[in-house]
Design a protein around this ligand. Structure first.
Ligand SMILES: [Zn+2]
Length: 50
């Protein structure tokens, strides 16, 4: 399940497909994909080499 966030008002919505418009403010095309908080490794995390 992807999380979509409105870059207009900041509302988030869980949906498998991209919402056409924000359920909160109604802005069309404002929903951008947000990385899921769970099960998401940080890209910048470096592993220590022994
Ligand atoms: Zn919105």
């Amino acid at each position: 399940m992807a999380v979509w966030k409105c870059n207009s008002c900041g509302a988030t919505k869980e949906s498998r497909c991209k919402p056409k418009k924000c359920p909160q403010c109604g802005a069309e095309g404002s929903m951008v994909k947000e990385e899921a908080k769970e099960d998401t490794p940080k890209k910048g995390a470096k592993r220590k080499k022994s």
